[in-house]
Design a protein around this ligand. Structure first.
Ligand code: SF4
Length: 736
């Protein structure tokens, strides 16, 4: 069989590495880094082999499944499956209206061109206020803070790591994640380069993570206190006359409000809560101020906590106060080739963001960016009354493992009148579905990272055509999504998908402000996501075409990040809002937390692992083989106090639930903190994950309390969960 080589962007994490994939017939025989990729230069991580393993996984759903009279998910034709979806959704909408159908959109959709283009069309057709995504267990606080400050939820400054000389990292482990809200392949190489050119990398984290091990210095910090630390850094800048926003001052509203807001948070005041010496905080602030090019970067640890939006805001307040926002080597805004609403510079003025246009029915939490907090999903299903959710659509998501108090959510899923999932697995969530519509292997579809390239540390564009032809019986995901949109719009199971596609294309052209007719003619005869992408590229800031990208299989380098203020702003004032009212109004809550007495309570945090990405890669043997990685990290002093042994088991109890996990005693975790990775817990009936069930692990989200959220963003509190530990001396089952 003749071997061919294809180049394909890895779809598994935000780093968007270029892969070189050798194929013989329909078999992948080798995956390695694409040395000529303009952004990753050959770098890849162990997860890259997952493209082959996922493609070949016998457990991957390859045909529609419909629950039969015996309660089993049985293979069905596409027509049978869509007829079942039409019947199920129509019944629920007729009885309870459109809000009775909820949708959950999982993280893999952000890496999927089909979903990025057609997912919004499906949600619009559904017309429900009950839309939930993985954003509210991840980065919603950053979207809210950036939305309020800069006018757009994806107007997120990224550290210009390749020119930075001082990088302050909080709650992020880019050596395991390879960047998050930060598209930067080979973060280890990039961090090492900072140090090699005489710069400094400072990490605050309750764990001595892989990133912390690479840093110039690492400080343990008590989970949930990042906002206190960041405010203390702001305090020192003002107190010691170190603020230097430079020309940014002319672009900012609310600069004068910051000093009084920071006044109560002197290093000496926050030190006991953060468990960091005041002198160290002062030194860190002075060094940050003195660095010629510096950036502050906070990620999931700063978001998934009770002060997530405040911490996310303060990260960029520091970037402004030190004059590092929007300058090379600081925190900069990407100019993406396609799909960004701010790629073309304006005069800075825009509508800003709108939040709270509706509220969740039970708890009254506000919507943000068109979605409600997933921490509310279970109660919206299991609380009777008008507007109760009775059906659910999931798109490549596993909220049964990623949402807080997943035990309650699983009970709620089981009680639904109807559920349909688009997914590649029958997992802990989709096992509850009445219909499962298969996604396709990443190798069988085209790829362009519409979302992630908006957060890249370098302006690049990289398109990958499908590596392999669609397998027999498979349906392109975009057609599945549009056929679902037809059902949701009340057009029945056989709606004209191509007419819907034409509408989507027309809308892309219209929104770009162009005359749609000649533009649509120019991209003919393309259809589907490739046509949509071609339209976005042509109307983008570089005026590329898809032909250009097809002729450049290793991507196109569009240069380093360049200053973009004020053109990137979309605030009503046309200025950076440094002290937005909703955020300022939340500061008293943080002041109150400062007054809380330390109680010595053990708290739980998560951790990212290099071979794992949430729950969805645990059925791939190359990534889960070897020692058990779902272990509870416990500091030696806590282990001794709780009577735990290395290699033994611990019973972990929180307000929400109890799990058992193997104990790994390590001084890489700070005293008073324990850590368990999330996305595990595969040992349940009904899943079709033969590998994952052999490496089941413990589900950490049984311990997360769904009532605890960051109030501004609705993001779940998944870090800093109070827990108690006890040894498990026998095989006693975990109490229900
Ligand atoms: S770092 Fe991310 S994008 Fe790169 S190979 Fe690994 S999983 Fe793929």
């Amino acid at each position: 069989m003749e071997a061919t080589t294809a180049f394909r962007t890895c779809p598994f994490c935000e780093a968007t590495c270029g892969l070189e994939i050798v194929v013989e017939g329909d078999r992948v025989t080798r995956v390695r880094g694409d040395a000529d990729d303009v952004h990753s230069h050959g770098f890849l991580c162990p997860k890259a082999t997952g493209v082959k393993a996922l493609h070949e996984d016998p457990d991957r759903v390859r045909t529609p499944l419909v629950r039969d009279a015996s309660g089993r998910l049985a293979p069905a034709t596409w027509d049978e499956a869509f007829a079942a979806v039409d019947a199920g959704l129509s019944r629920v909408i007729a009885a309870g209206g459109r809000d009775a159908v909820a949708a959950y959109v999982g993280n893999p959709n952000a890496h999927n061109l089909d979903s990025m283009v057609y997912g919004p069309a499906l949600l619009r057709a559904l017309g429900s206020k009950n839309v939930y995504t993985a954003s509210t267990v991840d980065q919603m606080p950053k979207q809210v803070s950036c939305g309020l400050m800069f006018g757009g939820g994806l107007t997120v400054p990224v550290p210009d790591v390749d020119r930075c000389e001082h990088l302050l990292i909080l709650g992020a482990n880019p050596l395991a994640s390879n960047g998050s809200l930060l598209t930067a392949p080979d973060m280890r190489g990039r961090l090492r380069a900072i140090r090699a050119r005489g710069g400094k990398v400072v990490v605050f984290d309750p764990r001595r993570s892989r990133t912390a091990e690479e840093a110039s210095e690492h400080h343990f910090i008590r989970p949930g206190t990042d906002a206190l630390l960041l405010f203390a850094l702001v305090h020192v800048l003002f107190e010691e006359g170190l603020t230097a926003p430079g020309t940014l001052a002319d672009l900012c509203e609310g600069l004068d409000a910051l000093e009084p807001l920071a006044a109560p948070f002197a290093p000496e005041a926050v030190a006991p809560a953060c468990e960091i010496a005041a002198a160290q905080i002062r030194r860190v602030a002075r060094e940050l101020a003195a660095a010629p090019r510096a950036a502050v970067y906070g990620r999931i640890g700063t978001c998934t906590q009770e002060f997530g939006t405040l911490a996310s805001w303060l990260v960029d307040v520091l970037n402004v106060l030190t004059g590092n926002l929007d300058r090379p080597g600081g925190a900069m805004f990407t100019r993406a080739a396609a799909g960004s609403r701010t790629a073309h510079d304006g005069d800075g003025r825009g509508r800003g963001i709108r939040m709270g246009r509706w509220h969740s029915r039970v708890r009254g939490l506000p919507e943000a960016f068109g979605e409600l907090p997933v921490a509310c999903l279970a109660e919206e299903i299991d609380t009777p009354g008008e507007g109760q959710v009775r059906a659910l659509l999931t798109l490549a998501g596993n909220p049964a493992r990623s949402a807080p108090n997943s035990a309650r959510l699983e009970r709620a899923l089981e009680s639904l009148d109807f559920m349909v999932s688009v997914d590649v697995y029958v997992n802990e969530t989709t096992r509850h579905a009445d219909v499962v519509l298969p996604g396709v292997s990443p190798l069988e579809k085209a790829h362009y990272d519409l979302a992630l390239l908006q957060l890249s540390v370098r302006n690049v564009a990289n398109y990958s055509p499908p590596v392999l032809a669609l397998s027999e019986g498979a349906q392109p995901e975009w057609r599945t999504l549009l056929r679902l949109a037809g059902v949701a719009a009340g057009q029945g199971p056989d709606a004209d998908v191509d007419a819907f596609d034409d509408l989507v294309a027309f809308e892309i052209a219209r929104r770009a402000g162009a005359d749609p007719a000649p533009l649509l003619e120019a991209v003919a005869p393309r259809r589907g996501p490739e046509r949509a992408l071609d339209l976005m590229l042509r109307t983008g800031p570089y005026e590329l075409t898809l032909d250009d990208l097809e002729a450049a299989p290793h991507g196109i380098d569009l240069g380093p990040l360049e200053p973009r203020l004020p053109g990137v702003l979309r605030t009503p004032s046309g200025r950076i809002e440094l002290a937005p009212a909703p955020i300022v109004e939340d500061v008293p809550r943080l002041r109150a937390a400062l007054a809380r007495p330390a109680n010595g309570q053990l708290v739980l945090v998560g951790r990212r692992q290099l071979r794992s990405n949430n729950s969805w890669m645990h059925n791939l043997e190359p990534l889960v083989k070897g020692p058990d990685r779902c272990t509870m990290h416990v500091h030696p002093t806590d282990a001794e106090r709780c009577g735990l042994q290395d290699g033994g088991r611990a019973r972990v109890t929180s307000a929400a639930g109890t799990v058992d996990a193997p104990v790994e005693i390590t001084d890489a975790i700070m005293p008073g903190v324990v850590s368990l990775p999330h996305g595990w817990g595969h040992d349940v009936d009904g899943v079709e994950l033969r590998v994952a069930t052999r490496h089941a692990g413990a589900n950490s989200n049984l311990l997360a309390d769904e009532t605890q959220v960051d109030p501004l963003s609705g993001n779940a509190v998944l870090n800093g969960i109070p827990v108690e530990l006890a040894p498990v001396h026998d095989a006693a089952p975990v109490p229900a």
